[in-house]
Design a protein around this ligand. Structure first.
Ligand SMILES: Cc1cc2nc3c(=O)[nH]c(=O)nc-3n(C[C@H](O)[C@H](O)[C@H](O)COP(=O)(O)OP(=O)(O)OC[C@H]3O[C@@H](n4cnc5c(N)ncnc54)[C@H](O)[C@@H]3O)c2cc1C
Length: 393
């Protein structure tokens, strides 16, 4: 549970249903996921059995409408789910976020009815884990410059290129792939595909060893003249960049919500430690410099949470694109998660580096969230361009 004085943080405007979602997911996550996370990390094991536990709770399809087998309630509730799952495990939250924001969200918005019926129920039932194949070895920020090529073939397309840092790839039943039909045209050549890795020849998946998040089994995905049929095309050729933009808009919401969960977790760990650990005959939480860190951590978490919930409410109100607010939420929340992990580690002193303590692991995991779905530099640039009127929503 959250530390009692903080248990009503930024929830004054949640509805009773949203509070109920939070309470149920928190209870589930603390009992069914948290106790196994460190074991998975040490073993470098993908937490498939933890992901399976999400299915009966309806947590694999919180953005998928009921008619496709999902449990969609509202966007704020989806954010609360991502927040609570990320509070205990990066990877479990990531599987929900990638599958729902990037993949299911894109299918719902841009897919044909046949594509919706083909993919969405399987995602909601947890039978299809999704991967988003966006980043390439040459760079992830400048997505308009992607080198993976899609060439026309009879009855479909051939994909050639490499995607890197791909979460969930080895276990995925759906790859959301962006490729270029014309590299010279940069973002105007980008085209989106829904690829079934089990039915596509010419795809190889190789390990991408990480210093942290070993339980995610990140991978490189190689496409070598891989044939995908016409019905794998999402939207129209050369119209993939707006699809990507829309996917990332929702993706940034869920990543920001995950960052709030991580920032909160740092507080949940640091507060009891500060009130137990003693130095110079006092609990360290009585020292002003430790109190300053706790105060900063609370402020950052609350600011980030408010930005995330506001963004969710904008989406629930039907505002189609909220790109500036997405960047604001993503930037502030990811930096809150990183800074809270750093302050949390300082409070734990040397023990923050010991394997026994979770706080040290949270720093690297928070840092990874500062890169994913747009780095801080990208979001700062976008916010400034919106503010200056150089860029429009
Ligand atoms: C744990 C983890 C999981 C991931 N999962 C996935 C996944 O599932 N699917 C996927 O496709 N990708 C995934 N990624 C990749 C992630 O999205 C990229 O790392 C990210 O987009 C940045 O790309 P890059 O690492 O190539 O950095 P680069 O694009 O090479 O950038 C390097 C640095 O330069 C800065 N920079 C770039 N352009 C500018 C500019 N114009 N102005 C100022 N600074 C600039 C960047 O902000 C960054 O600090 C994952 C990454 C991690 C760490």
């Amino acid at each position: 549970m959250a530390t009692p004085p903080l248990d009503r943080m930024a929830d004054f405007d949640l509805t009773d249903e949203q509070r109920q979602v939070r309470s149920v997911v928190r209870d589930f996550a603390e009992k069914e996921i948290l106790p196994f996370v460190e074991e998975h990390e040490q073993a470098g094991r993908y937490p498939l059995e933890l992901i399976e536990k999400l299915v009966p709770m309806g947590l694999m399809g919180p953005m998928i409408p009921e008619r496709y087998g999902g449990s969609f309630g509202d966007v704020v509730s989806y954010g609360v789910i991502c927040e609570e799952l990320a509070r205990v495990d990066w990877v479990v939250a990531s599987v929900v976020s990638v599958s729902n924001s990037l993949c299911a969200g894109s299918i719902l918005k841009f897919g044909s009815e046949a594509q919706k019926e083909h993919w969405l129920p399987g995602i909601a039932r947890g039978e299809i884990i999704c991967s988003a194949c966006l980043t390439e070895p040459g760079g992830g920020t400048d997505l308009g410059n992607m080198q993976t090529l899609a060439t026309r073939a009879e009855g479909g397309w051939r994909l050639t290129g490499t995607k890197t840092f791909i979460s969930h790839a080895a276990h995925a039943g759906l790859f959301f792939v962006v490729a270029s039909v014309d590299r010279d045209q940069k973002h105007r050549g980008v085209t989106a595909f829904l690829v079934d890795p089990h039915r596509t020849e010419g795809i190889t998946i190789s390990d991408f060893p990480m210093r942290t998040l070993k339980r995610d089994n990140l991978a490189e995905v190689h496409f070598e003249d891989a044939f995908v049929p016409d019905d794998a095309l999402l939207g129209e050729p050369r119209k993939g960049f707006p699809i990507l933009g829309s996917a990332l808009d929702t993706g940034r919401f869920s990543v920001a919500a995950r960052c709030v969960g991580q920032a909160q977790r740092c507080l949940d760990l640091a507060i009891p430690y500060a009130m137990e650990r003693e130095a110079f005959g006092h609990r360290i939480g009585e020292f002003q410099m430790i109190q300053q860190k706790i105060a900063d951590m609370v402020c950052r978490t609350e600011q980030a949470r408010l930005l995330v919930y506001r963004l969710g409410r904008m989406k629930d109100a039907g505002i189609p694109r909220a790109s500036m607010e997405s960047s604001l939420a993503k930037l502030c929340a990811s930096q809150a998660a990183v800074k809270n992990a750093l302050d949390g580690m300082q409070i734990f002193g040397g023990y923050s580096c010991a394997q026994e303590y979770e706080i040290g692991r949270l720093l690297m995991e928070a840092k990874a969230l500062e890169f994913g779905e747009g780095t801080s530099e990208l979001h700062s640039r976008l916010i400034a361009e919106f503010a200056l009127g150089i860029r429009k929503q």
